[in-house]
Write a new protein. Structure first.
Length: 414
């Protein structure tokens, strides 16, 4: 299976798909899957702009709306996670995962799916120690505080991923696992990114949550983005003798290492996105302790019998099949011929996919439950090394994609 891995998308779907087509044509290969490591920016229309946490000069429709509306269709199956620059209202609609557009699948705030026989897991957002233990209290419309805290990783989602026991082939995170630079050429990284030096030496560059998951899951591959540079590492795990090949990639700009092709052993195709039985069982069991207020989640000591839930999910999958719920629009797409003010859209609807998914698992819909604090935690007032957001650098002018050839085929690894 040939998989294209992309760093930060920043809404440039057209450019990335054009680059993939260019690679396929020049190398006479077929890409089976595209993985995106966050900052996808699935902006459907003008209202989604309100939930996009970027500086004003970067508030653009970009190209996702074409794929959401059906004007364009993703030429290669695409799976993505969220980062820290997202249309967070839309991703909250798809908290459990689902099709953000035809052939474009969001893994959810945390999730595991199968693509063919390849098992792919992911964690959306970035780590912030001050918000990590809180519940998912943010609801649209977001204020100046919650528009940022909504994409901060929560312990609840990490705890669910820590229950995964079956092998994971690929894992995606937006920010890097804490300490990953110890396993690669960090001196070369610091030569290119001098301001990383102090954080690397202090042991603060990266996500503690991601490091815990790396140690627990030990996937064959781990892909990240966020820091707008390419970095490879080879993690030799102490227990079990397994190895994780880590690769972080840049954002979609000419001359930048934003795309890499990886060959992975797999069964022959055709390949389709399918639900993962173990993850469905974990989701069903832990939904009863889903923390939906600003209060610290209370789930760590919860004793849950997974065996019965596995059997229940297996029976449901045998009846229904493992194909995800069909894509459906939940709000009107952007129309460049007739742009409309945000005030013309009202409410934040329940996404039909999420409703169907929860009905399948016989779970209640709780995503629009009222939070006990609309204001959320106090606004962030200081920067503490890595836990704050990395600012977007000034964007360079995008060149013709035919001039962009900064991809590499790397089969053996980093």
């Amino acid at each position: 299976m040939k998989i294209a891995v992309e760093g930060c998308m920043h809404g440039e779907l057209d450019k990335v798909y054009e680059t993939i087509k260019f690679i396929e044509n020049t190398r006479n290969i077929k890409i089976d899957l595209l993985l995106c490591c966050g900052d996808f920016q699935a902006v459907r229309n003008e209202k989604d702009m309100e939930s996009l946490s970027v500086p004003p000069k970067y508030r653009e429709m970009k190209s996702f709306w074409k794929y959401y509306s059906g004007q364009e269709v993703a030429p290669v199956p695409t799976i993505f996670i969220g980062g820290n620059h997202e249309a967070s209202n839309y991703l909250w609609e798809l908290y459990y995962g689902g099709w953000a557009a035809p052939n474009i699948y969001f893994l959810g705030f945390a999730g595991v799916v199968k693509f063919g026989n390849i098992r792919i897991g992911g964690l959306s957002g970035i780590y912030n120690a001050r918000h990590y233990h809180l519940g998912h209290h943010e609801r649209p419309p977001y204020n100046d505080s919650t528009i940022r805290s909504v994409y901060h990783v929560r312990e609840y989602d990490v705890h669910k991923l820590m229950q995964v026991e079956e092998p994971v082939d690929i894992f995606l995170s937006h920010d890097w696992p804490l300490g990953i630079t110890d396993f690669g050429n960090w001196k070369e990284l610091v030569r290119r990114k001098k301001y990383f030096k102090d954080e690397i030496q202090e042991g603060t560059l990266g996500s503690k949550a991601a490091a815990q998951l790396l140690e627990k899951l030990k996937p064959s591959y781990w892909f990240s983005a966020h820091l707008h540079c390419k970095f490879a590492a080879l993690v030799q795990h102490e227990s079990g003798g397994s190895v994780t090949k880590f690769l972080a990639l840049d954002k979609c700009l000419p001359g930048r290492s934003f795309l890499q092709i990886v060959d992975i052993e797999s069964d022959p195709g055709p390949y389709k996105v399918r639900y993962d039985e173990e993850w469905l069982a974990i989701t069903r069991k832990f939904n009863c302790v889903f923390p939906l207020t600003i209060k610290r989640g209370n789930f760590g000591s919860t004793q849950l019998d997974m065996q019965d839930c596995h059997q229940w999910v297996r029976s449901r999958l045998e009846e229904r099949g493992a194909k995800p719920c069909e894509f459906s629009q939940s709000i009107p797409p952007y129309n460049p011929s007739h742009p409309v003010p945000n005030t013309s859209f009202s409410g934040y609807p329940r996404n039909p996919q999420t409703v169907s998914f929860l009905e399948f698992l016989e779970l209640p819909y709780v995503l629009d439950n009222a939070s006990d604090s609309r204001d959320g935690p106090a606004s962030l007032t200081h920067r503490d090394a890595y836990s704050e957001d990395v600012p977007i650098e000034d964007e360079d002018e995008l060149e013709d994609v035919a001039e962009v050839d900064n991809t590499e085929t790397d089969n053996e690894s980093q």
